[in-house]
Design a protein around this ligand. Structure first.
Ligand code: AP5
Ligand code: MG
Length: 213
């Protein structure tokens, strides 16, 4: 299965993508995680983009494509893409890439949540530095600051400060949201309400995806 999960910051793209990966076996690819890895490893790219990520702004399309291209070989076996594309230009570049690889997208899942809801969620999010598991107020780890799965530490993201969250939401509404129309026109988009609990959301997604596979 090949799908994109689209939605505002904090709507649950990462949490939902990991659920889909576990249930359906397609690889979760988060461009945000890939970019944060570059920063953590202090690579050339990482040093250039750290301030952009921390401010909640988008890195260039070239950089986003660059980190994604390292993962391209796994695309054929199925993927759930989280955080990419972010604008129409990235979506068009991705279309080109898919057609070169003779791959077609099955679905774009839009998970829509209100700003108020996502701001609250992001204020309590922590993420494992190693396996990238996501925790939060409603999904706490057994011991605060320690990942249940791999025992590594969990941290608060630099861009989860209120100024950066506001910036990320602004970019989402002004730029990324245009992808809803882009993928609706391609008859690929299904929208779900992300304001609900994960217990309510997961079965809805499972039902949708079972029709696709
Ligand atoms: P990215 O990492 O993609 O961040 P984002 O889009 O801002 O989204 P988040 O990861 O913050 O939220 P999420 O939707 O994954 O929610 P989560 O599951 O964690 O991008 C970060 C940065 O990288 C960008 O700002 C940009 O700089 C750069 N970047 C990345 N891709 C790029 C690209 N293509 N081009 C250019 N720049 C790019 O959940 C959030 C919290 O809520 C968690 O605590 C979770 O436990 C909780 N939660 C989730 N769902 C629920 C629920 N239903 N009920 C209760 N709690 C919930
Ligand atoms: Mg995420």
């Amino acid at each position: 299965m090949k799908l994109i999960v689209l939605g505002p910051p904090g709507t649950g793209k990462g949490t939902i993508s990991r659920f889909i990966e576990a249930k359906f076996g397609c690889e979760h690819i988060s461009t945000g995680d890939l970019l944060r890895n570059e920063v953590a490893k202090k690579t050339g790219i990482g040093k250039k983009i750290e301030h952009i990520l921390n401010a909640g702004k988008l890195v260039t399309n070239e950089t986003a494509m660059q980190v994604l291209s390292k993962k391209i070989c796994s695309l054929k076996d199925g993927f759930v893409l989280d955080g990419f594309p972010r604008n129409i230009e990235q979506a068009k570049l991705f279309d080109l890439l898919l057609s070169e690889q003779k791959i077609s997208l099955d679905l774009v899942l839009e998970v829509d949540s209100d700003d108020k809801v996502v701001i609250e969620r992001l204020s309590s999010r922590r993420q494992c530095v190693k396996c990238k598991r996501i925790y939060g107020h409603h999904v706490p780890s057994k011991k605060l600051g320690v990942c249940d799965d791999c025992g590594s530490k969990t941290i608060i993201r630099e861009d989860d400060k209120s100024k950066a969250i506001k910036q990320r939401l602004k970019i989402y509404h002004e730029t990324t949201k245009k992808l809803v129309e882009f993928y609706s026109n391609k008859k690929l988009l299904i929208k779900i309400n992300g304001n609900r609990s994960l217990e309510k959301i997961f079965p809805v997604i499972e039902k949708i995806l079972k029709k696709v596979v």
